[in-house]
Design a protein around this ligand. Sequence first.
Ligand code: NAD
Ligand code: ZN
Length: 365
Amino acid sequence: VPHSTQLALRHPGGVTPILVGPGALADAAGELSTILSGRRLFTVSSERLLDLHGSALGPVEAVAHQAYRLIVPDGEEAKRPEVAARLWSEMARAGAKRDSCLAAFGGGSVGDVSGFVAGAFARGIEWFQLPTTLLAQVDASIGGKTAIDLPEAKNAVGLFHQPALVVCDTALLSTLPARQLRSGLFEVLKVAALFEPELLATVEAKLDRLVGGDAEALSPVVTAAARLKARVVEGDLTDRGERRLLNFGHTLGHALEAALDYRHLTHGEAVGFGMLFALRLAVRRGMDEVEAECVSRLIDRVGLPVLPPLAIETVLSAMARDKKARESGLDWVLPAGLGRGGGATTVPADELAKELEAFLASHCE
Ligand SMILES: NC(=O)c1ccc[n+]([C@@H]2O[C@H](COP(=O)([O-])OP(=O)(O)OC[C@H]3O[C@@H](n4cnc5c(N)ncnc54)[C@H](O)[C@@H]3O)[C@@H](O)[C@H]2O)c1
Ligand SMILES: [Zn+2]
């Protein structure tokens, strides 16, 4: 009897089922056996993931005609162009064809490079997301955005390629370090604050179990956050409208990540800082102070590190280089109120400098 919850993301190419729950990978075998019958499956993952959870792939690989594993380096290193090029060669050598399938088994890094590789190989082969981090289960695996990094800029080259299936097996999260669980929780808080404040209360009430990787506590939270992400993406597949709201916390977040050379902060932590800052700007534009405080307090409780010393000029210039910056300047996504979405607005340079100065003073060593 399958225990996982099934969600769906409708897009112009069809419908992507999203399975969530402990043991979802085993539950997905039925669905996959129809898709994979007679086809080759290439599973992209890292040594670390395969050591920890390789056995969970058993039911998936068993239904493919032939199963191959392709290894990528751990973490962001997986997104280097040389890695993508090597994967294409390995696939070609193993006889991959237009109807071969690819599966991404790992965090957002593995998902991003895998989707890019699948989207370009033979002008696009079918692929699946089997995300293993909280951040990837609630955010990165949903929506079809893929990317690799250039030495010059992160996520600089990418394409949209919707996966045919997403399987969020929450049992895999039991081995995830607490810091990575916290990191994913910040993306949960992001969609909860914008669209579903009840989810904030759930996170607050179960925080210890969530950070402990408890699958029972995590499953409903992953389900709720994944459903929100899918709903927003469905309404806006190319990132021009409502999907931009998902950039709440990301304007300063991306700049902090870049200013710190992608080393000191996880993506989620950077977004946590970014949301704290955006909430200050939002209050200056009329957001209810008590509501803003409710989100800020929860961000603090999930837990942010102290930032190393950072010059305001470093952060401002990182912002100016952001991929999302346009000629007219940077958009700031500011929440309107709890659960009431938000809007994108520009912020005058003098206000930005003054607020950022105060923000860095209170968060840096
Ligand atoms: N495509 C999108 O829409 C999208 C959205 C958000 C983020 N991203 C991208 O996702 C990446 C970040 O992803 P991430 O936060 O998942 O980090 P990650 O993929 O780098 O993984 C973080 C670490 O967790 C380890 N790990 C993964 N699963 C584990 C498990 N079950 N148990 C123990 N350890 C495990 C990994 O080995 C790695 O060391 C960034 O490159 C970011 O740009 C993409
Ligand atoms: Zn993010």
